[in-house]
Write a protein of this length. Sequence first.
Length: 369
Amino acid sequence: MQIPFMRLDRQFADNRQQFMDAVEKVFTHGKVLQAKEVSDLEERIAGYFALPYGVAVGSGTDALILGMKALGLKPGGKVAVTSLSFVASASAIVHAGGVPVFVDVENEHYMAREDILLDLVKSGQVDGVVAVHLYGQMTELSEVYAEAKKRGIFVIEDAAQALGATRNGVQPGQYSDVTCVSFDPTKVIGAQGSGGLALAREHHVAEHMKRLRYHGHAGQRVYTEIGHNSQLPTVQAAIVGAKLDHEEAWRNRRLEIAAAFTKTLDRLPYASAPKVREGNTHIFHKYVMTVPNHRDALSAHLKNAGIGTSVHYSMPLNEQPCFAGMHQCAGDMSGVKRACAQVLSLPIYPELTDEEVRYICEALKAFKG
Ligand SMILES: *Cc1c(COP(=O)(O)O)cnc(C)c1O
């Protein structure tokens, strides 16, 4: 059996008519940029997160960049960010003119240590925070945001991996100034290409991001600042809209698969299942287990069985060459080092069949550590 780590072909096969109808509608009316499908999606996602404003852009990365610019990040401004995430959580800071301050992670859920974040905010050592909700569950932000507000420090939520997640019954967006979503094809709701969306609680921030996404255009062919060209194509907005209809069903299926993996791992000595933080609903965008001693051997064993795995992430962001000479660290970075050596992600997409899920579980059981 061959079970690749990711596959979008089945999703298309299952929903061909709906996706093709959405495409046909856009190509027929011909307004391929900034049509009603785009503003409809902005409203729908904003409604989903219970936030007033949505701004569709070309990628989740651009949502972060435009968000930080609209929140007034100054050149050289310092922004705290986890040391364990996709590179874009931090490269966006550099693109927006800032300097990343990488925060070590805790050992349970692998998110930025709250004690370090609070210390950076309370002591005024940072001008902003990019808070990443990792793998599909949320990080705790209420106190960080309250302390940041007192000091005029911005908080951005990177919710690229957390669409559908809640913490204490609340979705991302309630403890930040801007929340960013990604429609990268690897995400739970992906475009057939790139896409992203930034959500704001203040009108002027949303309007600023709208100007920034199109050359700083303030209307009447007047350009008030140097902006970007980062638009979500109408056809992608239409496809994302179609996929959103399936968000709950797809999430429930991922939860079923995650439960089967966890049941298996709970009986195995060599690995542990992902821990869900109390108060969280995890959407299992990624199913990341911890394998303290034999991670690479397990990955090879699964590969031999035809099962694709991945490592999220294999290198601390503070060690990535692209940030050399332009970052700081907060903490001794032992947490992130350990995480990078021990994490392993299993395939988890709603189109996995029960038979494939069983096969993966049997392959896990067959590994002798
Ligand atoms: C995917 C991702 C991004 C970037 O989104 P793109 O749409 O790929 O630009 C940013 N942060 C995190 C945590 C991500 O997983």
